[in-house]
Design a protein. Sequence first.
Length: 377
Amino acid sequence: MATPFGEYALARFPEAARDQLRAWDAADTYLLRHLAESGTPLSGSVVVVGDRWGALATALSAHRPTQITDSFLAREATRANLARAGVEEAAIGLLTTQDAPPDRIDVLLVRVPRSLGLLEDQLHRLAPGVHEGTVVIGTGMVKEIHTSTLHLFERILGPTRTSLADKKARLIFCTPFPGIARNSNPWPYSYELPDGVGTVSGRTVINHAGVFCADRLDIGTRFLLQHLPRSRGPERIADLGCGNGVVGTAAALANPEAEVLFVDESYQAVASARATYAANVEGTRAEFRVGDGLAGIDDGSVDLVLNNPPFHSHQATTDATAWRMFTEARRALRPGGELWVIGNRHLGYHLKLRRLFGNSELMASDAKFVVLRGVKK
């Protein structure tokens, strides 16, 4: 990535030799070019929000920015990219979206997230540190920036305008107005589950901003909840890619003797899972882990893995995440352990399970979804 601040070799995390997706795009380079050409002062407190793979934090590392991210993978990519550039990790501050933001922010750089809810939540959390002289610049690809995006900046921080498009990227300029009326942060959000979803029917789900389908139960998860496998005794169950934790919570309610591991790469998701579990299950037979799937979980230590894998990485459609999840699940399962997966019919997950497990059984299906089982031999 060539920028006015230097040239950098960047990679996503985890690195994969066949991965052709770049760790930056035109929105990142447009923002960095604007900072240099406009002479934006970077000597004060610089905060970078939503930096997808650490491209912005790495390029600006000489100015000791604070990075705020919801993604474990983005955080690890940042660490690796800093090391690749010969920069000490201590040169930047690494915060998650669940951490308290800096008290004072002089330059706020926002990579617009896919989720409007996450943007809303983060702007509310950052607003107390923004002052009248704060430089606020957002960036994203044209297809990521909508009228609703601009309204959020304007409603929470102050008057907002956009730049002309450049290589299908656009900048957002916001002028903080201390006197603007600021509404309270509506996140986290909770709702009651409908009937017909097994042990969690009528239960409360709690969602932090940015979690998939934060305001309702998505139809895929609903279908999986209707076809969960039976579990008995002190089994160890992993809710892999747990989101708000409703699947793992359902498994815990169905088998009070089970130990449930909730894992996701999103800090917002794991916070949601923890809150959902606490609202519905008595006891503490649960573990909550932010990480790269089941990496770091002992081999052969899990009896059952429940998984609804994502098939998008930001704007890119890819099966790399699902493949990595299935591979890690097989490693973590004991002999005879089972991986249950829900996915859209067209994704062909049965082929991946057959390749990894040597078997794949269709447990349930409808016009859109399939629930598949792979058994570790």
